[in-house]
Design a binder for this molecule. Structure first.
Ligand code: AMP
Length: 284
C-alpha cells in the first residue's frame, strides 16, 4: 500500500446527513453495511464510487435484524478500521448513526415483505428480514440515493429489497454486486473471523458443494432434488459442518424446484460450532 488513506467525512445524525446531502453532487450511491468491513464491502463501495458522483456508506449494526442477542453482542465492531476501508475504496461520506438516530423515541413503524421472506433464511431467523427491510427503508428515505448497492452473497435479501423498492415506489435503483471470495473459495463474511483454525480450514466446503451441484447441472442434471442431494452429500464429507438448509429454488419466488428449467438459486446455510455461514450460486 502506498500513500496515506484520506479518511472520509463521518456523519452521525439525521440532521447532519440532511445538511450534507444538500450540497452532495448527484447521482448519489449508497452502500448500507453493518461495519466489520472486508474486501466484499470494499467492492460495493468501489462500484458506488465508479457509478456515482457521491458515494455514501452507512455503518449501523442494526439490532432489529438479529434474532439472537448473543450474535448482536458478538458482532465485530472496529470503526477506525472501517473508516480506513471506506476511505481507500473511495467513499465521500460515512453515516454512522446511533440506535436512537435510526429509531428515534416513539418509533413504531416496520416494513414487512411477504412470502419471499418466509423460506431459507426466514425459517432459521424469524424477524430477521423485517429488521432488514425496515432499516433499509429508513436509510433509503434518509439518503434518497439514486442507487443502492447490495451483495449477491445475501441473495434472498437482495430479492426482498428489490420487491420492497418496487412495491413502495422507492425510486432508488437496487444494484447487485458479485460475491467476493477468499482464495480458497470461502465467501468473505464478517463472521469468518469467529471461526477457529480447523473450522476456517473446513469452511470452503460450502463453495465445494455449490461447485459440485453446478458441475452436475453442467452435465445435464435438471432434477432439483438430485442437485440438493449433491450439495448435502458434499457437505456430509466435512465433519465440522452442520448444514441448516440446502436449497435449489426458483429465483423469483424462492420456492424449491422439482425441475430446473430456467434460472435457479442454489443456496445453503451451514453451522461450524456457533458460527453460521451462508453461500449461494445462480444457475445457469
Ligand atoms: P453486512 O455488513 O454483512 O450487512 O453486508 C453489507 C453488504 O455487503 C450486503 O449487501 C452484503 O450482501 C454485502 N457483502 C457481504 N459480504 C460480501 C461478499 N463476500 N461479497 C460481496 N458482497 C458482500
Amino acid at each position: 500500500m502506498s500513500g496515506p488513506v484520506i479518511l472520509p467525512r463521518v456523519i452521525r445524525t439525521r440532521a447532519e446527513l440532511s445538511a450534507a446531502l444538500e450540497t452532495a453532487p448527484r447521482p448519489v450511491g449508497l452502500v448500507p453495511t453493518m461495519g466489520a468491513l472486508h474486501e466484499g464491502h470494499a467492492s460495493l463501495i468501489r462500484r458506488a464510487r465508479a457509478d456515482n458522483r457521491t458515494a455514501i456508506v452507512t455503518i449501523f449494526v442494526n439490532p432489529r435484524q438479529f434474532n439472537e442477542v448473543a450474535d448482536f453482542d458478538k458482532y465485530p465492531r472496529d470503526e477506525e478500521m472501517d473508516l480506513r476501508t471506506c476511505g481507500s475504496a473511495g467513499a465521500d461520506l460515512v453515516f454512522v448513526p446511533g440506535v436512537d438516530e435510526i429509531y428515534p423515541p416513539g418509533f413504531q413503524t416496520s416494513v414487512r415483505v411477504g412470502t419471499l421472506a418466509e423460506p431459507l433464511e426466514g425459517v432459521a431467523r424469524p424477524g430477521h428480514f423485517d429488521g432488514v427491510t425496515t432499516v433499509v427503508a429508513i436509510l433509503l428515505g434518509l439518503v434518497r440515493a439514486d442507487r443502492a448497492y447490495f451483495g449477491q452473497k445475501d441473495a434472498q435479501q437482495l430479492l426482498i429489497l428489490r420487491r420492497m423498492a418496487a412495491d413502495l415506489g422507492i425510486g432508488t435503483e437496487i444494484a447487485a454486486c458479485p460475491i467476493v471470495r477468499a482464495p480458497d473459495g470461502l465467501a468473505l463474511s464478517s463472521r469468518n473471523a469467529r471461526l477457529g483454525p480447523e473450522q476456517r480450514a473446513a469452511a470452503p466446503i460450502l463453495r465445494v458443494a455449490l461447485t459440485a451441484a453446478r458441475a452436475r447441472y453442467g452435465a445435464g442434471e435438471r432434477n432439483g432434488e438430485v442437485l440438493r442431494r449433491v450439495m448435502r452429500d458434499t457437505l456430509a464429507t466435512e465433519p465440522l459442518a452442520s448444514p441448516e438448509y440446502v436449497s435449489c429454488a426458483d429465483t423469483a419466488t424462492l420456492l424449491e424446484l422439482d425441475h430446473v428449467s430456467g434460472a435457479a438459486l442454489l443456496s445453503m446455510a451451514v453451522r461450524f460450532g456457533d458460527v453460521r455461514l451462508i453461500d449461494n450460486d445462480l444457475l445457469p
